[in-house]
Design a protein. Structure first.
Length: 150
């Protein structure tokens, strides 16, 4: 715990704090705190404050577990597939760049005659409030915030 390792840990902690306060992450905080707590401000007056604090803490940790599971699996998947992606980098860049341009034109309303241009899908399943749904909610938030990872 001395030398470069201690410095690396401090840098990692600083980078984590900086990324937490970024525009991509900070909007998540109120949503997941209220969701995993599973109670409103009026409900906390009826319950013991100590129990409510532990409930929020455990819910937040479960949320982070779900969030981290998605990003860890992404890292393992793309780390393992990195050589394949690197070998086809130019082709993937052209195909995905073209897809991005087409989707931008659809979003702008310039290609509204395409068969799927008005298509919208929302899952009917919603995780339950409280501790049981916290890991699933974390995973769903992570999937939604995947574009923010770069």
């Amino acid at each position: 715990m001395a030398g470069p390792l201690a410095l690396a840990l401090l840098l990692a902690l600083a980078a984590g704090a900086l990324s937490f306060f970024s525009p991509c992450c900070l909007p998540l905080v109120p949503g997941y705190l209220s969701y995993v707590a599973g109670m409103s401000g009026a409900d906390t007056a009826d319950t013991a404050r100590h129990t409510a604090r532990w409930r929020v803490l455990v819910g937040c940790l479960l949320f982070v577990v779900g969030f981290a599971a998605v990003f860890t699996s992404f890292g393992a998947l793309f780390g393992g597939a990195g050589s394949v992606l690197l070998a086809h980098q130019r082709t993937l860049g052209i195909v995905l760049g073209s897809l991005t341009i087409v989707l931008g034109l659809v979003f702008a309303g310039l290609l509204d005659k395409l068969p799927l241009s008005g298509f919208s899908w929302r899952p009917a399943f919603r995780p339950g409030a409280g501790l049981a749904g916290a890991p699933l909610l974390g995973a769903l938030f992570a999937i939604g915030w995947t574009p923010c990872i770069g």
